[in-house]
Design a protein around this ligand. Sequence first.
Ligand code: MN
Length: 135
Amino acid sequence: MIHIRPHEQAGIAGKPGSQFTGDAFPYLTMPATDGVTINSVDFTPGARTHWHTHERGQIILVVAGRGLIQSEGGPIEVLRQGDTVWIPGGERHWHGAAPDSFLIHTAISLGVTDWSNPVADEDYHGPVRSEETAS
Ligand code: MN
């Protein structure tokens, strides 16, 4: 058994050159254990991850706020409290806060995460998929 207490994990603000654009505060909830890593991330408005892939996929649980997520070649979708997202292994994507809201999510990552380039402002501010027509 591995018992991890949140107060033992320090938050680290996103910095230029890190895997975030804007101010994001990742908390390592469970360091990599048998290939599973859990992070809770607080994103300030406009903050988002760089493009990246997860070796064997990722589950995102939206805890609070409102955010955005996009897989390469797909629409930008809105994330709301209570949403769950499965991102298959190797699917290039980003996630983060909406421009006008904070976002808190828990991310359960399977295998190694491979970080790439930042999400350009024009891509971040691209058209958002209408929730009325989302299936
Ligand atoms: Mn991800």
